[in-house]
Design a binder for this molecule. Structure first.
Ligand SMILES: Nc1ncnc2c1ncn2[C@@H]1O[C@H](COP(=O)(O)OP(=O)(O)OP(=O)(O)O)[C@@H](O)[C@H]1O
Ligand SMILES: N[C@@H](CCO)C(=O)O
Length: 327
């Protein structure tokens, strides 16, 4: 349950009063998500017609000094017609405020649901929305380094130790050692860079039928290799949940949808298998670390690291590299 802080009705009404959004009508804690506390708020709206918002209180993993980047990016992308929620600024035009020392932001509510079993048409739409985001962010003036880069993967996996990794699966210590050495030697240094989402899993995409109605949860967004974001999205969308079964139709649709909006350069395509290995390692690293460091009685469900070890195997297999060739 991702509501870590209890806020009474009066407190929520006070918070809402700082924004020009009408009066609070109802508030409901949102169970999904693990990093922040989220509430779905309903207000009377400014014209009395009613309005819905997401109130987010930043609890962990999000640094307050990064909020201008994350929230400014939402406004920048929304102004360029990307399906992302706008940040509602308070009456003093601030994008975030503090309550009891914790930062909070009011964000536009977007309709739609996260799909757990995407169709190729939905994967195509997601590819298109990702490319649209990459293009729209080109003139975003703020920058943020990727806190989840290769050096962070090494640190997280180092923090697991060989024994810890072996406790998850006996094959993991050698796989991690071999792959980290490969990625260190082969990570591209000359591909186009820009603002990337870096975590565009199905649970961070809201869909209405075949259309993307919302890209959310930009709290890993940063400046890094643009094609790495394609690889992350590919790894997140084109396999079954345990990572054992690759879905070629989803993959083709995702890449075609992306290319309908922004071409994938030949040099980007050529590196997709390596970037896919990196993307798989990134989620293997955070999942393995959390697997070993989350107390057994925590309310959060741990995610399976091996689901990304299997994806890693897929991207590392030379037989699979050909399908990323120029279309
Ligand atoms: N703008 C929005 N419009 C509609 N629903 C939203 C919006 N933002 C968030 N939600 C809902 O709230 C849930 C949690 O949001 P989010 O994923 O940002 O939380 P989080 O705690 O940061 O998650 P994570 O654990 O993935 O980091 C989402 O799954 C979605 O159901
Ligand atoms: N999307 C990530 C969690 C947030 O980094 C995962 O599924 O492991």
């Amino acid at each position: 349950m991702a509501v870590y802080t209890k806020l009474g009705a009066e407190t929520l009404a006070d918070i809402v009063g700082a924004f020009d959004v009408g009066q609070l009508v109802s508030a409901k804690g949102i169970a999904e998500g693990v990093s922040n506390s989220n509430w779905l708020l309903e207000t009377t709206g400014t014209d009395g017609g009613g309005a819905r918002f997401i109130l987010t209180m930043y609890e962990m993993r999000v640094e307050v000094e990064d909020l201008p980047f994350f929230l400014g990016l939402l406004d920048h992308l929304a102004a360029r017609d990307c399906p992302v929620p706008r940040t509602i600024h308070d009456r003093e035009n601030r994008a975030f405020r503090f309550h009891d020392g914790k930062a909070l932001a009011l964000i536009e509510f977007l309709p739609g649901v996260s799909v757990s079993d995407p169709t190729p048409a939905q994967a195509r739409a997601v590819g298109g929305a990702l490319a649209q985001m990459h293009l729209a962010a080109r003139d975003f003036p703020e920058t943020r380094a990727n806190g989840m880069d290769l050096s962070a993967w090494k640190e997280l996996l180092g923090g697991c130790g060989r024994e810890g990794l072996a406790g998850i699966d006996p094959s993991l210590p050698d796989l991690v050692e071999r792959e980290l050495a490969f990625l260190s030697a082969n990570w591209p240094g000359d591909l186009p860079c820009g603002v990337i989402h870096a975590d565009l899993f199905p649970d961070n995409v809201l869909m209405l039928g075949g259309d993307v109605s919302g890209l959310i949860d930009f709290y890993f967004a940063c400046n890094d290799i643009t094609a790495y974001d394609i690889a992350v999205t590919h790894a997140a969308w084109c396999f079954d949940a345990d990572g054992g079964a690759f879905d070629r139709a989803l993959s083709d649709a995702l890449l075609a949808g992306y290319e309908a909006v922004r071409p994938i350069l030949p040099e980007e395509r050529a590196m997709l298998p390596v970037l896919g290995r990196g993307a798989a390692m990134r989620f293997l690293a955070t999942r393995a670390y959390d697997w070993l460091h989350t107390p057994a009685d925590a309310l959060v469900t741990r995610k399976d690291p091996m689901a990304f070890a299997r994806r890693l195997g897929f991207y590392a297999d030379p037989e699979n590299a050909a399908m990323f060739g120029a279309s």
